[in-house]
Write a protein that binds this ligand. Structure first.
Ligand code: PLP
Length: 400
């Protein structure tokens, strides 16, 4: 019998350098508790609690019935890429065509592909924080170095060119902006965004602009998209968007990027050797979503407006919590640091653990997004659950 020597499995730097999403730790515990029959109020999810609009889902069913179930062009069907291009042209008067568009398996995949296409070993990419958890790890995976530019709470966490330019080095390759922002809800003002676009263009740096939450902007704020200047800066601006949040289509996995045709070709090459086309069925559903009326999206929006209007003052009534009304997305980002030092709470992680243990309420620690004084609460859940969760939080925090 040959003797087998047990050896550790060897992994690449690509894997050892990145982390499992830290947002998942508390949420995984919440899911386990729920599975055990515990009634947890889950403020974690980053996905709409609504169903995909019926006409959109019907289009997906029809794709199956009609046998539209085969490979498509690896970058997406011509019809869907045209529909994305038209949407931008109608909105911003740009002149983009299907050659500027690639459709993939979620916005996340296009962000990932862009990082792989644009970032070489040692390149620095500036990311304003708090930021969505995947941005830094995607840059690390590509061999680059994320450089964090903390945004100020006093400026509602809206990034500024000054915060970014102070971090410039000869290795700066680009910037990732996300507006409306997950987790803070910050919506960039047009002037500040223009300054950053010009700053990037002057240096030949790329600007990846993630507008996944573009539809969810409140209180008379307006979503400013970098795409409005695309024709002026086609080598600089790379926009990523998604069907997930706007159309409540998270599980369909369909997102897209709009960029210079050379960038789209580069990203397309990567995609052609990894996932190939996004699901043909999801593409048909997305085409219907983009071409049809936005009525159901408006109904979802109205529900978010109502929830946010109730939630922000309700949180501020809890002693020790300070919550600015966020400009957009479907998250609030309250400051909770006044509880640190009490009842074993040291940081946002232990705060979230306390809430889960004491109140059976799941929130996401702000440390995961780059600011440990805060937690993220999603209001993509019913008013009833919001009321229940906030009442439980109030009781549990009063004990501290
Ligand atoms: N960008 C941001 C800021 C997000 O929050 C998310 C999802 O949570 C995505 C991109 C990716 O969404 P999807 O891959 O579902 O299109």
């Amino acid at each position: 019998m040959p003797t087998t020597v047990k050896r550790p499995i060897r992994f690449t730097r690509r894997v050892t350098d990145i982390n499992v999403s830290p947002t998942l730790a508390v949420l995984n515990r919440a899911t386990e508790l729920t599975a055990q029959g515990v009634d947890v109020v889950d403020f974690g999810p980053g996905e709409p609690d609504f169903q995909t609009p019926r006409r959109v889902a019907e289009a997906g069913k029809q794709a199956i019935d009609r046998g539209f179930t085969k490979y498509t062009n690896a970058s997406g069907t011509r019809a869907l890429r045209d529909a994305v291009a038209n949407r931008y042209n109608e909105r911003y008067g740009t002149h983009v065509t299907y050659e500027h568009v690639i459709c993939g398996t979620g916005g996340k995949q296009e962000l990932f592909n862009l990082a792989l296409a644009l970032v070489s070993d040692g390149d620095q990419v500036i990311i304003p924080t708090p930021c969505w958890v995947s941005f830094p790890d995607q840059i690390l995976f590509a061999g680059g170095e994320p450089v964090f530019a903390p945004s100020r709470a006093s400026n509602h966490f809206r990034p500024t060119v000054e915060e970014i330019e102070s971090l410039e080095t000869d290795r700066t390759r680009g910037i990732i902006l996300n507006s409306p922002c997950n987790p803070t809800g910050a919506v960039m003002r047009e002037e500040a965004l223009r300054e950053i676009v010009e700053w990037c263009a002057a240096r030949g740096a790329f600007l990846i602009f993630d507008e996944t939450y573009e539809f969810f902007v409140y209180d008379g704020n307006r979503h400013a998209s970098a795409m409005q200047w695309f024709d002026e800066f086609p080598e600089t601006i790379m926009c990523v968007n998604s069907m997930s949040k706007t159309f409540a289509m998270t599980g369909w996995r369909l997102g897209y990027a709009v960029a210079h045709p050379d960038v789209i070709s580069a990203v397309g090459k990567i995609q052609s050797h990894s996932t190939s086309n996004p699901s043909s069925i999801a593409q048909m559903a997305s085409l219907e979503a983009l071409r049809g009326s936005d009525d159901e999206v408006h109904r979802m929006y109205e529900a978010y407006v109502e929830r946010r209007a109730w939630l922000v003052p309700a949180l501020n009534r809890i002693k020790g919590i300070h919550c600015n009304p966020p400009d957009g997305a479907f998250y609030v980002f309250p400051e909770v640091k006044s509880f640190y030092g009490r009842g074993g709470i040291r940081d946002s992680q232990t705060f979230a653990n306390y809430l889960l243990d004491e109140a059976r309420v799941a929130v996401v620690p702000g440390g995961a997004f780059g600011n440990d004084d805060y937690v993220r609460i999603s209001y993509a859940t019913s008013m009833e659950r919001l009321r229940e969760g906030v009442a439980r939080m109030e009781t549990a925090l009063a004990k501290l």
